[in-house]
Design a protein around this ligand. Structure first.
Ligand code: BES
Ligand code: MN
Ligand code: MN
Length: 463
């Protein structure tokens, strides 16, 4: 098999690849926090240099937010061999609460655990470890064959974890340059620890931030309690009212554009060997919450939700302070499916909140952003080829699955660039992405690189 030499090269270069990943992981590229602007920039610079060292024509592209990294490599496109675009994001989530980390989040460490070796650091799994799997596969390919097997564009974003404000304008302005035959997005997980997966549908997202205000200042709750409006109570009622007793979302019209799961897909998902009890037990739970009449996979992959992600207000320090706060705020997000339109849901949410504001109480809506759900078309023959390549590497038939998370770029690639996306990644459910002590299995990193080498070979007849 022609890719064997590339696989051998990947195996032999593993330690050096790990060193490179560790260097990238040490850069605290937290995109949502302005204090880390220079670090986001440094991560982009590092990637440009690294891609340059493999022979890519790589550049850092400024945006009003954090820069994009774009790189081109391989021969001019030819008929019959696809031009591939690889996507990943170099930004990471904030680390708080820092006190819950066992090791500093930006001092990456290789650790032996009872489940094997892991790379511990913020961003190891989401998404630096993953994006380095395809970069390393290409490095090994070039080292072995002297050149890439097809035209390859690499597109790395630095704002994914903060709503991608610059993404759509950037794609529109650079559409000609970025257009390829198919996009490979490496930002998802394995189906279980050993079964590789291609994600064929993602939920969308609507994020909302609301601040409820009443009196012009904090008030003594002995003088004013019982007669002045308390923003925390108003906010709590709004949050509580968002769900009914069955876990359904109560916004009027919320389910208008939610389709029932197609019978073929239902059967496909039922055939997957998924154990909901184990899934919950792993995080210390035993009773599923949410819509009682839906299977766990449906709740996760094809049903919309409302979740309060953060809530602040009043006195939260040590001891006790008898106060009516002047304001209270919450961050709330909706996962969207089917044809649910983020703008329509936003409008319904604004009405829903306003209908629950007593006189004198106001609500400010800020920082809202959204993206609809996306369903991938799997008709391109590349999907079946990639599935086979993955199955060979992992020794288990790769599964077509859904994902509960959101990766808006998949939809933008389709709409703006007319390109289908193939979502392949090697994260595991216990990677603790967005949580303290994030990790990426060394096996995910190693087999991830090998998977891309096999996929490259399968998609390029001359490879
Ligand atoms: N990589 C995740 C999304 C993901 C995780 C997809 C697991 C499939 C399986 C991505 O980085 C992410 O966290 N997306 C955010 C959306 C963003 C707008 C903040 C999300 O899903 O909350
Ligand atoms: Mn991600
Ligand atoms: Mn993420």
């Amino acid at each position: 098999m022609p890719h064997n030499t590339v696989l051998t090269r990947i195996d032999g270069d593993l330690d050096a690849a790990l060193d490179r990943l560790m260097t990238l992981l040490a850069i605290p590229s937290i995109s949502t926090d302005k204090a880390y602007k220079a670090d986001c920039d440094a991560a982009a610079d590092w990637l440009v240099r690294d891609l340059g060292s493999i022979g890519f024509e790589a550049s850092k592209r400024e945006t009003p937010g954090h820069p994009m990294v774009v790189a081109h490599g391989g021969p001019a496109p030819v008929e019959g061999i696809p031009h591939l675009l690889f996507y990943g994001h170099y930004d990471v989530q904030p680390v708080d609460p820092l006190s819950l980390w066992d090791t500093p989040p930006f001092e990456p460490k290789l650790e032996d655990t009872d489940k094997g070796r892991v790379i511990r650091a913020r961003g190891s799994s989401d998404d630096k470890g993953q994006l380095m799997t395809f970069i390393e596969a290409m490095r090994a390919w070039v080292a072995t064959h002297g050149a890439l097997p097809c035209r390859i564009t690499i597109f790395l974003e630095g704002e994914e974890e903060s709503g991608s404000p610059s993404l759509v304008p950037f794609l529109k302005e650079n559409a000609e340059e970025l257009k390829a035959d198919i996009a490979m997005i490496c930002d998802t997980g394995l189906f279980d620890g050993k079964t590789p997966a291609i994600v064929t549908q993602l939920r969308g997202l609507l994020a909302e931030e609301i601040t409820i205000r009443a009196a012009t200042r904090d008030l003594h709750s002995g003088f004013y309690g019982g007669m002045a409006a308390n923003p925390i109570h108003v906010l709590s009622r709004i949050c509580a009212d968002l769900r009914d007793d069955n876990g359904g979302v109560t916004l009027p019209g919320f389910y208008d554009d939610v389709p029932e799961l197609a019978p073929e897909l239902k059967a496909q998902w039922e055939a997957l060997d998924f154990d909901p009890d184990h899934f919950l037990r792993d995080v210390g739970l035993s009773v599923p919450a949410g819509e009682k009449d839906r299977t766990t996979l449906e709740r996760m992959w094809s049903r919309p939700t409302a979740e309060v992600n953060g809530i602040t207000g009043g006195y939260t320090g040590d001891g006790f302070k008898t106060v009516l706060p002047a304001e209270a705020s919450a961050k709330i997000s909706f996962r969207l499916v089917g044809q649910q339109d983020p703008e329509k849901i936003h409008a319904a949410f604004v009405d829903f909140v306003n209908a629950r504001l007593p006189e004198d109480v106001t609500c400010e809506f800020s920082n809202g952003h959204g993206a609809p759900a996306s369903v991938m078309s799997t008709s391109d023959p590349a999907f079946e080829k990639a599935r086979q390549a993955l199955s060979e590497e992992w020794g288990t038939e790769a599964a077509f699955v859904g994902a509960g998370g959101s990766i808006p770029v998949a939809g933008h690639f389709k709409e703006i660039l007319g390109m289908d996306a193939m979502l392949i990644g090697f994260a595991k459910d216990d990677d603790r992405i967005h949580s303290p002590n994030e990790k990426y299995d060394l096996a995910s990193f190693h087999k991830g690189m090998r998977s891309w080498a096999r996929i490259l070979s399968a998609l390029t007849p001359t490879g």
